[in-house]
Design a protein around this ligand. Structure first.
Ligand code: PLP
Length: 407
């Protein structure tokens, strides 16, 4: 893949009102018109460069939207008040009552709950399937299916979706492929591989400072405009609008995304390799033992690595909890959900971000209660971090190394 997303983002140039190096922040919910006719035309969607009301669009949100479109190489992008705001808007924009969705069975718990429970109110049904089984994906498509939905790297199992193959299937059946690329911004350019609509929770790596929630939808200009339509747009009418101040701060953080992603990936690969050598049950797409390793290599941008997420199965929820508490006291990170922070964040997915998935389904997926999801931080000395983590595991009897094995 040769799409140079970070260069496109760096090349975006907007001057602030007084020549500032950052664009001015729009501090208005509403906008004046010099003529009543222009206001009418703007309502009809016929005026370029005019702003009506900030739930519809604002200069700051458009700047961030443009950077997101550059990230994925799509024609356009809209920003939202959260990742779930983006996901729910896409689902309601594409589906009517009685429609159907084919969705990966391993996805973020909130998305799972939304598709499994919430959309039932509208009689929208979802088949949760193994997205790596392309025959099963195709067999699950019905005349009522309105999209194939998956995560490029899944939460929390880190399963890798074959975006090009899924895109081919989706095209064959005339439906869009929707990919949540939250775990792998820059690592994977989902739209370049054939995804029609790419969703991001900006809350995570893209903002990278764990100080706000936000989301984005990257897609064609037509789809992005449809989301903003004053009569039928799910973005406009459901109202999950991002505040302009936040849009401006996320845009500023996004300019260092390429550096951060490289470091997150470098640190995660180092830890995963060491943990694997120690005989731990570690899952990371950068390890040859990962079932999606070859696929990941074929669809990633190598300079950004395999991403910042890894999982470790320590056997039981009690062991997982004890390890996370100990690591936190040793200042190795925070026992917290979410990802993409400069500090390592860890949580036991089964009892936190995937707790919406019933226990039997978690078991069927292979999501064990002892599984800890790590979002690896930007530690400057990752070898030292590794030694300290290993010492925590030894203390708890999770790891038994002979003294000779310790370098
Ligand atoms: N998609 C993925 C893969 C996530 O992990 C999350 C949140 O954890 C979301 C979407 C939802 O994003 P937000 O919390 O910004 O609504």
């Amino acid at each position: 893949m040769d799409y140079k997303a970070s260069e496109h983002i760096q090349d975006l140039q907007y001057f602030g009102e007084f020549g500032g190096v950052n664009p001015s922040i729009s501090d208005s919910s509403t906008y004046t018109f010099l003529s009543a006719k222009t206001m009418f035309d703007t309502f009809e969607g016929n005026t370029e460069g005019c702003y009506l009301y900030s739930r519809h669009s604002s200069p700051s949100n458009l700047y961030l939207g443009e950077a997101m479109a550059q990230l994925e190489g799509t024609e356009s992008a809209n920003v939202f008040a959260s990742g779930m705001g983006a996901i729910s808007a896409v689902v309601f924009q594409l589906c009517d009552t009685d429609d159907h969705i084919v969705c990966s069975r391993t996805i973020y718990g909130g998305t799972y709950a939304f598709l499994k429970n919430f959309v039932k109110k509208f009689n929208i049904s979802t088949s949760f399937i193994d997205i790596t089984d392309l025959d099963m994906v195709e067999q699950s498509i019905t005349p009522k299916t309105k999209m194939i939905y998956c995560e490029a790297i899944s939460n929390p199992l880190l399963e890798v979706a074959d975006i090009a193959a899924l895109s081919k299937l989706a095209k064959k059946h005339g439906i869009p492929l929707v990919v949540d690329n939250t775990f792998s911004p820059l690592n994977i350019n989902a739209a370049q591989l054939g995804a029609d609509i790419v969703i991001h929770s900006l809350t995570k790596f893209i903002n990278g400072s764990s100080d706000c929630v936000a989301g984005a939808v990257c897609a064609s200009s037509d789809f992005c405009l449809s989301l903003k339509d004053v009569n039928n747009g799910a973005g406009m009418l459901m109202g999950s609008t991002l505040d302009s101040l936040r849009a401006a701060s996320i845009l500023k953080n996004m300019r260092t995304l390429h550096i951060r992603i490289k470091k997150h990936s470098e640190n995660a690969l180092y830890l995963a390799q060491q943990f694997e050598k120690d005989g731990l049950k570690v899952v990371y797409p950068g390890l040859e033992s990962h079932p999606g390793h070859k696929l990941m290599k074929s669809q990633m941008n190598p300079e950004y690595g395999f991403g910042g997420l890894l999982t470790l199965d320590v056997g039981s929820v009690d062991q997982a909890n004890a390890l996370m508490e100990l690591m936190q006291t040793q200042k190795l990170g925070y026992l917290a959900v979410s990802l993409g922070f400069y500090k390592t964040l860890f949580s036991a997915s089964g009892s936190s971000t995937s707790s919406e998935i019933p226990m039997e389904e978690q078991e069927a997926l292979g999501l064990s209660q002892g599984l800890i999801r790590f979002s690896i931080g930007l530690d400057n000395n990752i070898h030292q971090t590794y030694l300290a983590m290993r010492s925590c595991m030894e203390k708890l009897g999770i790891l038994n190394l002979s003294p000779s094995a310790i370098d």
